[in-house]
Write a protein that binds this ligand. Structure first.
Ligand code: BG6
Length: 474
C-alpha cells in the first residue's frame, strides 16, 4: 500500500475528532519532546485532528514556543525525518506556553483563564486533555489543583469534556497507587481518567488478542495441557542516560514490569471475550486474569534483580540499589494455566534489543519435541513460529525451522500509527480500550509488592552485570 492510500485509510478509520486543547504538563521533559510532540506533529500533518486544535505547554521555567521547538526533533516520525513547512507553521501557531508552578493554586486560575481565552478566540467549546508527562511525585498536587480550580469541569459552557491523561508509573507501590487513585477520584470521574500504557497502543500488542481469536489452530491449544512455559522479555540496549534522576527513583520493576509487561501477560493469558465485546468487557477479563496471578513468592526466590556496572556513577548516586535488570517468575492460579511457569525479564544496557512474548508448546506424548510461537514487538515487529522438521537426508534427524511473519515484509510501507499517536487519538475520542483501569493497576501492584517489600529490607541479593552483556550470570 502506498503512503497516500495508507494516510487515507487512517483518516477513514478514525471518526471525526472534536475540537481539543492538549495541555501538556512537562513539555520540556524527555517524554514530551521525544514522543508526544512528534506524535502531535504527525497527526496534524495527516489531518487527523480537528482543525480547531491547540497545544498548551506547561513549564515551570519561562520559555518561548520558538525556543522549545528549537530543541525538539519534531519530525522523527516522518520519512527521512523531513518536516513539511506548512504543518510546521500550523504546529507553531497552535502551540503556546504557560509558565506554572505545580504547587501554586493561583497559577491554575491563570491556566483556566488561558483556556477560556482560547475557546473564546475559537468561538467554541473544546475538549481539554491534561497530559501529565511529569515525574510521578508531582501528580498529586497537579491533580488536586486542577480539581480545586475547576479545570476538570469541561469548558465554560459545559458542552465539552475534560480528560486527564496520566503516564506511568501509577504510584510507587500498592499503597501509594491506592492513594493516587482515591485522590484522583475526588476530582475526576474514572471515565475522565486515561492511564497511559503506550505498549497497549502498539500494533503487535493489539494483534495478540486478534491472533488468539482468529487462529483456531492455536486457540484450541491455549492452556496448560499444551503450553509448558510463557516468557515475556523486554531487553533494551539503551542505558539510563538522560533519565538518571527519574530512573533511580523507579527501577526496572516499576518502570516497565508493573505496567507494560503485566499488561502483555494479561493479553496473552486472559479468557477471550466474545467477538463483539466492548471495552468494559475486555477490561473485566484483564482484571479477572490479573487477580488470578499469585503475588511473587519470595521464599522461592522468584524475583531476581541486578544493576549494570557503571550505573551508580551514571546517575550520580554511589549507593544506589536501583535495579536495571529484573527477572520474575509468576504463576496463574486458574484452571487454564495451573503449573505453567511465567517468566518476565526486563533489562537496560543489554547486548541486544529484544521485546517479545514466547509461548512454548509441548505435547504430553512427545515431551522432547516442542514448538514455539513468538510475538515479536521489537525489533522488526512480527510473529514467528518454530517448528520441528526432518533434516533432508537418509537419517531421521530433526531440525528446527522458522516461519516468520514481519509487518514490514508482509504489509510493505503501509503506515501503522505510532503508539503515542494512537494514545492521543483515543483519548480525544474518549475510547478507553487501550488504557489501563485503576483495578488493573492495583492488581499488578499486588502481584509485585512482595518483591518491593523484600528489596526494601536488604540489598544483599542485588547482582551486577556488565554494560552491553546478557545480564547477570546466575
Ligand atoms: C518506557 C520506559 O515506558 O518504555 C522506558 O519508561 C523504556 O524505560 C520505554 O525505554 C520503551 O518503550 P519502547 O516503545 O521503545 O519499547
Amino acid at each position: 500500500m502506498d503512503k497516500e492510500s495508507s494516510v487515507k485509510n487512517r483518516q477513514q478509520a478514525i471518526p471525526a475528532l472534536e475540537p481539543a486543547i492538549f495541555v501538556i504538563f512537562g513539555i520540556t521533559g524527555d517524554l514530551a519532546q521525544k514522543r508526544l510532540l512528534p506524535a502531535l506533529y504527525h497527526l496534524l500533518k495527516d489531518n487527523l485532528l480537528h482543525e480547531h486544535t491547540e497545544i498548551v505547554g506547561i513549564s515551570r521555567k519561562e520559555i518561548t514556543p520558538e525556543k522549545l521547538l528549537a530543541g525538539v526533533e519534531l519530525c522523527v516520525l516522518e520519512e527521512d525525518n523531513v518536516c513539511d513547512p506548512a504543518t510546521l507553521e500550523r504546529f507553531r501557531k497552535a502551540l503556546r506556553m504557560v509558565q506554572l508552578d505545580p504547587v501554586k493554586k493561583e497559577d491554575y486560575d491563570m491556566l483556566l483563564t488561558t483556556l477560556n481565552g482560547i475557546e473564546t478566540a475559537h468561538g467554541m467549546c473544546m475538549n481539554r486533555l491534561y497530559y501529565l508527562a511529569i515525574p510521578p511525585q508531582v501528580y498529586e498536587p497537579v491533580i488536586q489543583n486542577l480539581g480545586v480550580c475547576g479545570l476538570q469541569k469541561g469548558c465554560q459552557h459545559h458542552r465539552a469534556v475534560s480528560r486527564l491523561l496520566v503516564e506511568k508509573p501509577f504510584g510507587y507501590d500498592l499503597t501509594s497507587a491506592e492513594d493516587l487513585i482515591k485522590n484522583t477520584g475526588r476530582y475526576f470521574h474514572e471515565d475522565q481518567v486515561f492511564r497511559i500504557d503506550h505498549y497497549l497502543a502498539k500494533e503487535t500488542v493489539q494483534n495478540i488478542l486478534f491472533f488468539r481469536k482468529h487462529n483456531p489452530v492455536f486457540a484450541s491449544l491455549w492452556d496448560h495441557e499444551h503450553i509448558s512455559a510463557i516468557d515475556i522479555e523486554m531487553l533494551e540496549r539503551l542505558d539510563v542516560k538522560g533519565r538518571g534522576e527519574f530512573y533511580d527513583n523507579v527501577g526496572a520493576l516499576r518502570d516497565v514490569v508493573q505496567n507494560h509487561l503485566m499488561q502483555l501477560l494479561a493479553l496473552v493469558t486472559l479468557e477471550l471475550p466474545a467477538e463483539s465485546a466492548d471495552s468494559l468487557t475486555l477490561h473485566k477479563a484483564k482484571q479477572v486474569l490479573l487477580n488470578a496471578v499469585q503475588p511473587i513468592d519470595m521464599r522461592k526466590h522468584a524475583a531476581l534483580r541486578a544493576q549494570y556496572v557503571g550505573y551508580r556513577e551514571a546517575v550520580g548516586n554511589l549507593h544506589s540499589t536501583t535495579e536495571t535488570y529484573v527477572r520474575v517468575r509468576l504463576d496463574i492460579a486458574n484452571n487454564r494455566w495451573q503449573g505453567v511457569p511465567i517468566t518476565i525479564t526486563a533489562g537496560k544496557a543489554m547486548e541486544t534489543k529484544r521485546t517479545a512474548i514466547t509461548v512454548t508448546f509441548v505435547s504430553a506424548d512427545m515431551p522432547r519435541m516442542r514448538n514455539k510461537l513468538t510475538f515479536r514487538l521489537q525489533p522488526n515487529e512480527g510473529i514467528d513460529i518454530e517448528l520441528t522438521a526432518k533434516r533432508p537426508g537418509y537419517e531421521n534427524k530433526t531440525e528446527i525451522v522458522q516461519m516468520d511473519f514481519s509487518y514490514r515484509g508482509v504489509l510493505g510501507n503501509a503506515e501503522h500509527p505510532d503508539a503515542y499517536e494512537r494514545v492521543l487519538v483515543d483519548a480525544v475520542r474518549g475510547d478507553h480500550s487501550l488504557f489501563a483501569t485503576s483495578q488493573e493497576i492495583l492488581a499488578a501492584w499486588r502481584v509485585l509488592q512482595p518483591a518491593l517489600d523484600s528489596w526494601q529490607q536488604s540489598s544483599e541479593d542485588l547482582l551486577t552485570y556488565e554494560l552491553g552483556s546478557n545480564g547477570p550470570t546466575t
